[in-house]
Design a protein. Structure first.
Length: 325
């Protein structure tokens, strides 16, 4: 086990204890326009997950600790199945706020998709230090502000969007796609897919695909399962790459912009996939500091697909191409 992995493991107990203590306070009034926490996270999150059900975390690591650093882990390639991956502290059960959905047009979305292709630059992440910033659960009332921050640093990111929120903010999704950001599915209503029937899984994905296509003119190539929860059956049913993460900022729990930025900056490594949630105002406020600090360290901000030169494996935690000095 590497020194980084040992440190990450040592921090797990502290992270879980802290999360458990704070779960009792999660039922506070959240930022206006964000999804609502309705139930605490399951207890016992430090235990080894059953072989049939795995929750997110870098290979060999349960969660990012209070310092925000977990040991590096290789990405799992096509066909690899993690076994007994420690189960991290999960988010409370969350449900996106539903809004009256305007009637988006596919034609304008198609134009956005074409424009997006023209804005992406070629990046060889074997030669430069790449990091993938990923944002879950949107689009929402703060996503436009986030897009402005990213544009100011010529940074590309990946948005794993919830179908219900796409229906509420179709124009925001179109702007994200037109700016060259990658769009992935985070299902229709953010349910734990491992608890649904096969028909339920198909419905969650199909409805999200329909909403994204109606808004932006394409079906997303990537899927991030809610809560990072997946099992062998789910991997068989979902033919698209499942994208997890190697750095969890815990921004959903700690609504502290300075802390979120600090965790992201300290934890970033070449190939990192960093998890944020753009439905939180505090997270969006942290991003300029993250972009400035990591740019100063020589990082290039890429989409998940760019991180893998357009060919992500079936299961992603982080980029598997080592940086060449």
């Amino acid at each position: 086990m590497s020194t980084g992995a040992r440190r990450g493991t040592a921090r797990v107990a502290a992270a879980v204890a802290m999360a458990a203590a704070m779960c009792a306070t999660v039922h506070q009034r959240l930022d206006a326009g964000t999804i609502q926490a309705t139930a605490p996270a399951p207890a016992g999150s430090t235990g080894v997950a059953p072989a049939q059900s795995t929750a997110v975390g870098p290979a060999g690591s349960a969660a990012v600790g209070p310092a925000g650093s977990a040991g590096p882990s290789p990405a799992l390639g096509t066909g690899a199945t993690p076994s007994a991956t420690p189960r991290p502290t999960q988010h409370p059960t969350q449900h996106p706020t539903q809004h009256p959905a305007p009637s988006p047009t596919a034609s304008s979305g198609a134009g956005a998709a074409v424009a997006a292709e023209g804005t992406k630059r070629s990046v060889d992440c074997r030669q430069v230090k790449c990091v993938a910033l990923t944002f879950d659960d949107g689009p929402g009332p703060y996503t436009d502000t986030l897009l402005r921050h990213l544009a100011a640093h010529q940074a590309h990111a990946t948005f794993f969007v919830v179908g219900q929120n796409v229906a509420a903010y179709p124009s925001v999704l179109r702007r994200a796609a037109a700016a060259g950001h990658e769009i992935g599915s985070h299902t229709w209503s953010h349910q734990d897919l491992t608890k649904l029937s096969a028909a339920g899984v198909r419905s969650e994905l199909a409805r999200a695909d329909e909403a994204i296509k109606a808004a932006a003119g394409f079906v997303p190539a990537l899927v991030r399962p809610p809560y990072g929860a997946f099992d062998d059956a789910l991997r068989v049913r979902i033919k698209r790459p499942l994208v997890l993460w190697s750095v969890d900022t815990l921004d959903w729990l700690h609504r502290d912009s300075a802390r979120v930025a600090k965790v992201a900056i300290r934890s970033a490594r070449p190939g990192s996939v960093i998890l944020f949630h753009d439905i939180h105002r505090t997270t969006v406020r942290a991003i300029p500091r993250v972009l400035k600090a990591l740019s100063g360290k020589g990082y290039t901000f890429v989409t998940v697909s760019q991180l893998f030169d357009g060919r992500p494996p079936r299961l992603v935690y982080e980029g598997d191409a080592p940086h060449r000095s």
